[in-house]
Design a protein around this ligand. Structure first.
Ligand code: SPD
Length: 384
């Protein structure tokens, strides 16, 4: 037994020697250098084992804090069917309301939808979690124009959800020409003609912003004199305002309670889809351009599930479903082919470059924030 083994070993050894000699003398066919399939391991090292990365489990529920009427409810149902995760939604009416809720220690939310300037404020206050981009592969669907926003470089904390403008919704039967200037809301001669028949947004930055634009100032001014002028203008205007409202202004137009509304593009267009008398115009002096974003609060206990949901919302068909419901513009380029052409080709929803040029983003005004808030309180408290 031992001899037979040795004998086989001797034969094998001579064969190897012969082959080595042939190769050294250039005999036989040249062979390519073999590429090791695996990195070499030293004899003392244990062979590499496969690393098992466990997928975190999906939560049973996801709590989203959103603007009202801002998603097709069918999307929540579809997500629940596909992933077994129930979505629970609460709504807010302004960025400041959302911020106050988080600052007060609300911990139950997994996804929130702040606008641009508010994202910056929340990042600075440490209120947002950083996204794990590997859980959101559909980020590639975001239009490059929105993929590196100055308020959140590289989308590290948030993903753009919808964008739009803030202008004037109106009843076409009441106006011979579109009310295409803020003067319709602020010039005493014009605004008084519509006394009690128009609403203004219940929103400090939007409403002060509209007054500042009418006066020819930046809507991010920190100049106290300009801000006081805007305050006086809004106090003067108050006698003609039906209500400060951010959630029903479009319904009030349809119900003929009002004939004009300071409001967000998509909300007015959803009313227009229901009532052909309603239309929307971006004032010629310029207006607000904004983007709302999907973000995860630092306090969320379900970050992975929230990322899975954000990724789902970025699916092309789902992205289109959102815009086909809200009538706001989508930052999802891959969704474009599924978006209703009536929306996609509407210049008041997707404004052309010459209009975009006149629009201004709201920015964090930093130390001037308390002044804005004080002015807003004064306006709300003023008679009548
Ligand atoms: N109905 C949904 C309205 C969302 C509007 N968000 C825009 C905020 C801009 N400051």
């Amino acid at each position: 037994m031992t001899r037979r083994v040795w004998n086989r070993g001797a034969v094998l050894l001579s064969l190897i020697l012969a082959l080595v000699l042939m190769a050294a003398c250039g005999g036989g066919q040249a062979q390519p250098t073999p590429v090791p399939e695996k990195p070499e391991t030293k004899a003392t090292e244990a062979p590499p084992t496969e690393v098992q990365v466990e997928e975190p489990q999906l939560a049973k529920e996801l709590h989203i804090y959103n603007w009202s009427d801002y998603i097709d409810p069918q999307i929540y149902e579809d997500f629940e069917k596909e992933y077994g995760v129930r979505i629970v939604e609460d709504t807010f009416a302004s960025n400041e309301e959302l911020l106050a809720k988080l600052q007060a220690g609300a911990t139950g939310y997994d996804i929130i939808v702040p606008s641009d300037y508010m994202v910056e404020i929340m990042i600075n206050e440490g209120l947002l979690a950083e996204l794990d981009h590997k859980n959101i592969p559909n980020l590639v669907n975001i239009d490059p124009m929105f993929a590196d926003p100055p308020y959140d470089p590289g989308m590290r904390h948030c993903v753009p959800y919808q964008w739009g403008t803030t202008g004037i919704g109106y009843n076409t039967e009441v106006f011979d020409e579109p009310p295409d200037s803020w003067a319709y809301l602020f010039d005493p001669e014009l605004a008084s003609q519509y006394a009690g028949k128009f609403t203004m947004l219940n929103d400090v930055r939007e409403t002060l912003g509209a007054a500042l634009k009418y006066l020819g100032y930046s809507l991010n001014t920190t100049n106290e004199k300009e801000l006081m002028e805007a305050r006086d203008l809004l106090i003067q205007q108050k006698q003609w305002v039906y209500a400060y409202d951010s959630e029903q202004f479009e319904d009030l137009l349809v119900a003929d309670e009002t004939v004009m509304a300071h409001g967000w593009s998509g909300d007015i267009f959803t009313a227009a889809a229901e009532d052909e008398r309603i239309w929307y115009v971006i004032p010629k002096e310029g207006a607000v351009i904004w983007a709302d974003n999907l973000c995860i609060p630092a306090s969320s206990a379900n970050k992975y599930t929230a990322e899975v949901f954000i990724n789902y919302l970025l699916e092309p068909e789902v992205g289109a479903k959102i815009t086909n419901y809200t009538w706001f513009a989508s930052p999802n380029v891959a969704a474009a082919e599924f978006i209703n052409p009536e929306i996609l080709n509407e210049p008041a929803i997707y404004p052309p470059p010459e209009v975009i040029e006149k629009l201004e983003w709201i920015k964090d005004v930093g130390e001037a924030t308390p002044l804005y808030e004080r002015i807003w309180t004064e306006i709300k408290a003023a008679g009548p």
